[in-house]
Design a protein around this ligand. Structure first.
Ligand SMILES: [Zn+2]
Length: 320
């Protein structure tokens, strides 16, 4: 388990972006390159960067962002797979990210609005050392609806950086990095994880007034009432090495692990056939991550034989 969507089992009714007072900006220029600082400015124009981000987090983020821009597939169909997996990967990649030759940047920018440091206390406890990133979006949004006079328009979330986040759907997009984010030396793995977290910001059918009422009456069983909103992980089935643990994907609609299958599948094909320039370690990392994520798809055989259908790309807020 390298990542978790939810850091707490129940709905946090009082959550806030609380900085620990550490300011990571001054002094970073001594260890971050000018290119890193320029990239961070570019990210910060669309995704708020937590002022507590450590130098290691910033460095990883900057290099990953630049790598994302160069992960521009050519439009040719994948040829590295037997059977129909290549078709499934290509079609899912195009649905999710816009086209077979898109980067993942727009997908991420649409769904993630705040990159939080492991050093910041979000009120959910510190992510454990094996966690890459956690997405709190659904909690912030539902909490906002429960607190609002009109659930259709919860108050914006003010951040410690003095900027406001609209909070009218799961695409409020607040993620926190875990220690493993900056400990990992595998940039593709981090990029795939951020794309995974972005999927947890999608809410295909929205949350209805009736669902919100159920949540209000029983906040400790929050997950029972949100359907596929935020694509919660499914428990891995009996016989799986993670049996009983919520580290799998039902496959219906292509959840967060399925998004990684599309990403790593397309990147592996492009890297291994020389269409994108990659290091050998990137080729191997993409293949390993593809296989790891495929094994987390409960409907893996339907995904591999292309009968699963396309990713569900609808998204809604409060429905009433
Ligand atoms: Zn997840």
């Amino acid at each position: 388990m390298k990542r978790f969507l939810y850091a707490s089992a129940g709905l946090a009714l009082s959550i806030a972006l609380v900085g620990c007072g550490k300011n990571g900006v001054e002094g970073d220029s001594a260890t971050l390159s000018q290119a890193d600082l320029a990239t961070l400015d570019e990210i910060n124009a669309s995704i708020i960067l937590d002022r507590n981000l450590t130098t290691a987090e910033k460095s990883a983020l900057a290099s990953d962002w630049r790598r994302m821009k160069t992960l521009t597939p050519n439009s040719a169909a994948s040829t590295s797979y037997s059977g129909s997996l290549g078709t499934a990967v290509d079609n899912a990649y195009a649905s999710l990210f816009g086209s077979k030759s898109a980067t993942v940047i727009d997908y991420i920018k649409t769904r993630l609005k705040y990159f939080g440091s492991v050093e910041t206390d979000f009120g959910f406890g510190r992510p454990d050392k094996n966690t890459v990133a956690v997405n709190y979006s659904i909690f912030y949004w539902v909490d906002g609806m429960l607190s609002a006079a009109n659930p259709a328009s919860p108050s914006p979330i003010g951040t410690p950086e003095g900027r406001n986040l609209t909070n009218d759907s799961a695409r409020v997009g607040i993620i926190q990095f875990g220690e493993y984010f900056s400990d990992s030396t595998d940039g593709l793995f981090r990029i795939g994880t951020v794309a995974h977290e972005a999927r947890h910001s999608d809410c295909p059918s929205g949350i209805s007034a009736a669902q919100l009422g159920q949540i209000r009456n029983d906040t400790s069983n929050f997950f029972d009432y949100i359907g596929n909103c935020a694509f919660p992980h499914a428990k891995c089935p009996a016989g799986h090495q993670l049996a009983g643990i919520a580290a799998c994907d039902s496959g219906d609609g292509w959840g967060a692990y399925s998004v990684e299958v599309a990403f790593f599948g397309r990147v592996y094909d492009q890297c291994s056939t020389g269409k994108i320039a990659c290091t050998e370690s990137e080729v191997q990392a993409a293949l390993a991550s593809l296989n790891d994520n495929l094994n987390r798809i409960i409907k893996k055989s339907q995904m591999m034989n292309n009968t699963l259908g396309l990713p569900v790309m609808t998204h809604q807020g409060y429905t009433h």
